[in-house]
Ligand binder design. Structure first.
Ligand SMILES: NC(=O)c1ccc[n+]([C@@H]2O[C@H](COP(=O)([O-])OP(=O)(O)OC[C@H]3O[C@@H](n4cnc5c(N)ncnc54)[C@H](OP(=O)(O)O)[C@@H]3O)[C@@H](O)[C@H]2O)c1
Length: 299
């Protein structure tokens, strides 16, 4: 176990932040959790909630004061305001671990690359976690599965290697405590590439339900996404990405195993770890609303 540190976690109620807080606490670190609503009750026992907002830099200085390291998420569509936020955090700590993305270098319209550059210029010690998609994104299917027992989509043979959020939390904890490579940008996936159809079948097997997939044409999928409120600019890039993964399946990388010394968690591990949330959502049973993975809209 590493020497106890004082760590500020932003996004502490989110998909990655929540298991990260739990892990850091279990390792004996002091964890301050920056939250917009300290009365929300969604934090693991032992975390110290501090009220703050990533868009209000003064709250970040106050939250980071006295900490050794910060876990940073930037859950916004643009990097607007990130300069002030990063300056405020770097004024208090010398180590920032940023939850970036695998497309940080290739999608300049997203904020990831710009936030990385700000952190690199401001903090002497940093790690940029660059995951491809999260397994938790499959929770987007749940409303449709609950309604009809089936999910509609194009490109069911698109294969991706999504990563379990617990692996991201493990790597973030190692980086925050200085145990993995400093000034590193690890690209992260799960251990295997699975088609969308195989991913749904895995969930169906774990929860013991008959869950089906209905293939749509690209035009049909596009219309459904727009009707569901997807931003028009986002629809074609998402469909293009899926189409590309049919011909060229996402290749898993071994970074999680290399950095943690154990195999990356599988898609089936994720489904097993979240069986309660999946069954509650599929079966109409009351969901623990403080669990971040019950908030499908946040993903
Ligand atoms: N999903 C993917 O496949 C994927 C892939 C690569 C990278 N990423 C990156 O992962 C990041 C999201 O991480 P996540 O999935 O762990 O988070 P998440 O589950 O989407 O939750 C977002 C977190 O940010 C907090 N938050 C939102 N607005 C805030 C504000 N103004 N001030 C303070 N906190 C705020 C939320 O807190 P509240 O409780 O207050 O809402 C919540 O804790 C994004 O930057 C995304 O680009 C995602």
């Amino acid at each position: 176990m590493s020497e106890p540190r004082r760590i500020l976690v932003t996004g502490a109620t989110g998909t990655v932040g929540r298991p990260l807080v739990a892990r850091l606490l279990a390792e004996g670190h002091r964890v301050r959790a920056l939250v917009r609503n300290p009365d929300g009750g969604a934090l693991p026992h032992g975390a110290e909630p501090v009220r703050g907002d990533l868009a209000v830099s003064e709250t970040l200085s106050a939250g980071a004061a006295g900490a050794d390291a910060v876990f940073l998420v930037w859950p916004f569509a643009t990097a607007q305001g990130a300069d002030e936020a990063v300056a405020a955090l770097a004024g208090e700590v010398d180590r920032i671990v940023y939850l970036s993305s695998a497309v940080a270098d290739t999608h300049p319209g997203r904020p990831d690359g710009a936030v990385e550059r700000l952190v690199e210029a401001a903090a002497p010690h940093w790690t940029f976690l660059r995951p491809h998609g999260f397994v938790a994104n499959v929770l987007r299917w749940l409303p449709e599965l609950r309604e009809a027992g089936s999910v509609h989509g194009a490109y069911g043979q698109a294969a991706t290697a999504p990563v379990h959020e617990a692996d991201l939390a493990d790597l973030a904890a190692l980086a925050l405590t200085g145990a993995t490579g400093d000034r590193d940008r690890p690209v992260l996936t799960g251990p295997a590439s699975l088609t969308q159809t195989e991913q749904l079948a895995t969930i169906a097997a774990v929860v013991g339900r008959d869950l089906r997939r209905h293939e749509l044409t690209r035009a049909e999928a596009r219309d459904r996404m727009l009707a569901a409120g997807w931003p028009p600019d986002a629809v074609d890039p998402v469909l293009d990405h899926q189409a590309a993964r049919v011909a060229d399946p996402e290749r898993p990388v071994s970074t999680v195993a290399r950095l943690t010394g154990r195999p990356a968690r599988t898609f089936a591990d994720w489904a097993a770890d979240h069986t309660g949330v999946l069954l509650a959502a599929l079966g109409g049973r009351a969901v623990d609303e403080t669990h971040p993975l019950s908030r499908t809209s946040s993903i």
